[in-house]
Write a protein that binds this ligand. Structure first.
Ligand code: TXA
Ligand code: MG
Length: 368
């Protein structure tokens, strides 16, 4: 973490946040991925507030956030007692991932303990858990001495917030929300989610900056893509209409300005497919490429925005860039298709969903 530039909240503010959680209120807080909208994981009314505030359907489960008691002893943390109140049947392979990547941007799904609230798991018999790395998230969790459920702190279907100001904009006029300010999120897209609930196999549910390749390299654990197990899975169609991962809906993370992707070197072609758009278009261009010289286009006012060709830096700025562009009143936003390769899977996934759901009508959100 870039702790030097992180405006750490005073302990008085953290105490106030803890009290708010204990009183059944909501607190928005920074994690290294995106900002979360937190509530006491043991309080059903507080959990209900999250769903109402976000406009999130009740069958979309939440992630339980936990922290180890001692921040100075990371390699020696025994996570098992911390997981015990929430999860059961934790495979050896899951512990290898936990010991390697926690605290960090990795969420694991397990069979749930009986006492875990149904409201939290969307009625499923599994539970998602993660230990965030951000120092403010950890300070909050430690002082609270309990677990906090936290979806991304945005209204359902919208771009996740990566700064305190984003959260404020998201809920302005809707809710007087306590927001802990931890600066800009470093990772920038949501955690990788891996499912260990269906036996000994690890299955990727949501790509993120921690990739199956990195997991294999660092732990020896093979992570399967959902499609790879499909043929072996007899119950594949059962409950197929229940979204296990809300981010898996086609139209998620969507800006209100229409957004499309262009193939390498094909920005002009993409523009010509939209002949009715005659005004302002923002085109994102790789920093590794020379200018597209789009000024040639007679009827369109085009501006270039430079984006990083390094996947981690790109991810870190993706939602920031989408939010900023969305507020600048463009008629269309063009982004380059991310290259193939696992390290781009997380941002490709978010960009494709953002395209699908983009545009002012939000038609696709309502159908979710
Ligand atoms: O990086 C993150 O994970 C952020 C920060 C705030 O921690 N949180 C986040 O939460 O992205 P949310 O609610 O926006 O997305 C959580 C995802 C949802 O897509 C949800 O469906 C999935 O986790 N999830 C939660 N419980 C699950 C379960 N039992 N089985 C499968 N997926 C689950
Ligand atoms: Mg979300």
């Amino acid at each position: 973490m870039s702790s030097a530039s992180t405006p750490l909240q005073s302990s008085a503010v953290i105490n106030e946040a803890v009290q708010t959680l204990r009183d059944g209120g909501l607190v928005a807080f920074p994690t290294e991925t995106v900002y979360g909208l937190g509530a006491d994981a043991k309080n059903p009314e507080a959990i209900q507030k999250i769903f109402t505030t976000k406009g999130r359907p009740a069958d979309h489960p939440l992630i339980v956030h936990i922290a180890a008691a001692n921040q100075f002893d990371v390699p020696q943390i025994d996570w098992i007692p911390l997981l015990a109140p929430w999860a059961r049947d934790i495979p050896e392979d899951a512990l290898k991932l936990i010991n390697t990547f926690w605290p960090g941007p990795l969420t694991l799904v397990f069979k749930k303990e009986k006492s875990v609230l149904n409201a939290l798991t969307g009625g499923q018999d599994t539970v998602a858990i993660r230990a965030p790395a951000h120092p403010i998230a950890q300070a909050l969790l430690r002082k609270f001495k309990g677990a906090v459920v936290a979806p991304s702190a945005n209204r359902f279907g919208k771009v996740s917030p990566t700064s305190a100001a984003d959260v404020r904009n998201e809920f302005e006029g809707i809710l007087d929300l306590m927001i802990l300010d931890g600066g800009d999120c470093e990772v920038g897209i949501e955690s990788t989610i891996i499912d260990f609930s269906s036996g000994d196999k690890a299955i990727l549910l949501r790509p993120g900056v921690i990739t199956p390749k990195e997991i294999l390299f660092k732990t020896g654990v093979h992570v399967y893509l959902p499609g790879q197990l499909h043929l072996q899975n007899n119950e594949s169609d059962e409950g197929a209409d229940v979204p296990r991962v809300s981010g898996s809906l086609k139209a998620h993370y969507a800006p209100t300005t229409p957004l499309i992707l262009y193939a390498p070197g094909r920005a002009l072609d993409a523009l010509s497919e939209f002949p009715d758009i005659k005004s302002r278009v923002a085109v994102a261009v790789w920093d590794s490429e020379s200018s597209l010289v789009l000024e040639d286009h007679p009827s369109i006012d085009v501006s270039e925005i430079i984006v990083s060709s390094d996947p981690a830096s790109f991810a870190s700025k993706l939602y920031r860039t989408l939010r900023d562009l969305d507020q600048q009143g463009w008629d269309l936003i063009l982004f380059p298709e991310p290259p193939t390769g696992e390290e781009w899977d997380g941002v490709r996934d978010r960009l494709q969903r953002a395209c699908f759901g983009s545009g002012p009508s939000s038609k696709s959100h309502e159908s979710n």
